[in-house]
Ligand binder design. Structure first.
Ligand code: SF4
Length: 312
């Protein structure tokens, strides 16, 4: 996306005198979760505060920064004139929850003041950013409209978590997920098929099912890893230090993960463009249906997505 030049950091008071941007200000590679396709996309940070996961190349071109309030407010004012039909808003980039509490509350207040038709706000988060918010902080954010969190946990296997530089243990990650749910926010958790390679595939599946059961999110999005050139994960594969499961291996891994996933009520989906088999079921009641679907694919009775159609 196109980059525009704007003035440097200011304080909230002078930001209040800002006028509408000429267009939304986006810098570098910008992504959002598929359910936010129709949301207003407001870029409030650049990059990800962690930016160390070995498989992730999304924000390698950006140094983590919180954007200037005047830029953010200018974009909100632009959206107030030109995005009146979009009733949800997503805060980009990778980790908006890391923004200090008062600043984040200020952003949510401005969204409320200028975009009153927006019914809810979503954001990516990671374990670190959740850990920095108290239960009271999260409740205050929820009250101001932040009602949807997307958390990439990738795996519940601590050995793999360490290898991919995910940071924190699965147990701590589960606690952070529970914290989000206790604040009344909708929690989507992303897990990554194939990330452990062939040898640890089923261990990863089982441990991830355990982590998901402990978190009990509203929605699980299972994605399939697609190696990105220039990342340490890509280099590992190139050197032959790691081997990815093939399509069948990915299906067996998802089957094992699902078998060990016990949600009290939520959805499990593999309908992301990176997956070989698309499914979406409600748990617990849809588990057998999903297992049967995977078995049908393993038995060749359902076709898989061709490699060229997969994308991350
Ligand atoms: S926390 Fe997410 S955005 Fe940040 S490096 Fe890891 S996968 Fe990428």
């Amino acid at each position: 996306m196109k980059t525009k030049r704007h003035p440097k950091t200011t304080n909230n008071k002078s930001a209040d005198r800002v006028s509408e941007s000429e267009g939304m200000h986006y810098e570098g590679n910008c992504i959002r979760p598929p359910p936010e396709a129709f949301s207003i996309l407001l870029q409030v940070t650049l990059g990800c505060s962690h930016n160390k996961c070995t498989f992730c190349g999304t924000y390698k071109d950006k140094r983590f920064t919180i954007k200037d309030e005047r830029i953010i407010l200018g974009d909100i004012l632009f959206a107030s004139k030109h995005m009146r039909n979009q009733d949800r808003l997503f805060l980009m980039d990778g980790d908006a929850l890391i923004i200090p509490q008062n600043r984040l509350l200020w952003i949510l207040d401005k969204i409320h003041d200028h975009l009153p038709w927006v019914k809810g706000v979503g954001s990516y988060a990671n374990t670190k950013s959740i850990s920095r918010k108290s239960a009271e902080d999260l409740n205050a954010l929820r009250t101001k409209g932040l009602d949807r969190i997307y958390l990439g946990v990738e795996t519940g296997d601590d050995e793999i978590r360490e290898k991919i530089h995910k940071g924190f243990t699965a147990r701590f990650c589960a606690e952070m997920g529970q914290k989000i749910k206790s604040a009344g926010m909708h929690l989507t958790v992303m897990v990554l098929l194939g990330i452990a390679g062939v040898n640890k595939s089923l261990d990863h599946a089982k441990a991830t099912g355990g982590l998901l059961s402990a978190m009990d999110p509203d929605h699980v999005a299972a994605l399939t890893v697609i190696p990105v050139p220039g990342t340490p994960f890509w280099d590992q594969l190139e050197r032959g230090d790691l081997e990815l499961p093939d399509e069948r291996g990915m299906l067996l891994e998802m089957r094992e993960m699902l078998r060990h996933t016990k949600l009290r009520g939520g959805t499990f989906a593999s309908n992301h463009s990176s997956n070989y088999l698309s499914l979406k079921v409600r748990l617990p009641e849809g588990k057998q249906e999903a297992l049967d679907l995977i078995d049908a694919a393993l038995g060749g009775r359902i076709g898989l997505k061709p490699e060229w159609m997969r994308a991350f």
